[in-house]
Design a protein around this ligand. Sequence first.
Ligand SMILES: [Ca+2]
Ligand SMILES: [Ca+2]
Ligand SMILES: [Ca+2]
Ligand SMILES: [Ca+2]
Length: 411
Amino acid sequence: MNGKRAWIFASVILAGGCDGESVEQTSSGGGSTITNSGGATTAVTSTGTGTGGAGAMTTTSAPPCDLGGPPNDIDNDGYSPEEGDCDDCSPFVNPGLPEVGHNEADDNCNGEVDEEPAPCDDNLALDSTDPMDAARAIELCKLATNDSNWGLVKAEWKMPSGEPLEMADPSVYHIGHGIVSDFGPNVLPKAGKSMLLLSSGTARRPTDAGYQSPEGAERGYANQYPLGHPAETPPCPQQNIGAAFDGVALEVTLRLPPNAQSVYFRNNFYSWEMPNRLCTQYNDSFVCTATYNDNGVNIKDCLYDHFNNLFMVNTVQFRACDCGGPELCSFAMQTYDCQFGVEPLLGTGFETAGGPHGATGWLNATVPGMPGEELTLRFSVYDVSDGKGTSTGILDGFHWAGAKEGPRRLP
Ligand SMILES: [Ca+2]
Ligand SMILES: [Ca+2]
Ligand SMILES: [Ca+2]
Ligand SMILES: [Ca+2]
């Protein structure tokens, strides 16, 4: 019975935005009917198993919320059909809202379904120290212009622990991030024309000014770890993990729009420590931490590979690497299929200096949130146990998403 109650509740919620809709439910276990005044009718027939478990369900819908001519704004979302509301029965659909990815709906009424947001990352400078440029590079374009508005509330360069950036020579820090139009010929932005590099060495390509080989590139400072780190590394549990060095972190505070329940983004992780220092104390990391500002809840980690490993050298699955053959290769205590070969490494510096080294290839991540909630994400990359042996993370293609997580890995 609980299952059916829950379902009826869901029906009321779905119908709630639209006066004049009638929802009828009949089920083999004794039907119930929810009827509002007149208008369109949605009839749902549920055939239960009689045990409270899942049953076969068929849904037939009359044209939803076709309630006559103008003027109207039936769902009270501020837009009438004449003003472009393509679903005047849902306040979560109108031209003032962003597209939500992966829900197979046209949330912003532009005629396209699940499209990427319009980018704002043309002509950004590689070495810009403005954190708002870093946000633009990854498609965080819409600003929250007041306390109730959705979008990007603020962006800041921080230390990985969240401490403020207070360095005598901040240029030593700022060489650790960069905005690029490619990372070698084979790794291009997932959205727009730019993407963001965060690095424990130089966030530069071999052809860029300021580039240093990933073998070294010590920047010469230590940093505190982010919340929850250093984390356990189950494949190599006995390592004597040292301090963190050369850390860089972009922190963004976002307010979710009324029609989103998560933030989705793409990521990729490179490390010189693969393969020769795998399963040692040199456990460089690319970490995302989330803080839910409305309720003070912290999530330690929001960045995992497709096997749910954290992005740490000793745990993450590198798939762009070279085994010297097609068979699974084994380094330290891990095996790696290297199915992407070395192509993603070419032109990045990670194919040289004793390499080829390793990268994960593109992955995606989804961080849950509530509509209207303020969420702070901090993305950190840092060296572990010494400042040598560069690791670099890439971020790109942020967009809002719904409750259901999209596929973790892009094709
Ligand atoms: Ca609407
Ligand atoms: Ca959509
Ligand atoms: Ca971009
Ligand atoms: Ca290192």
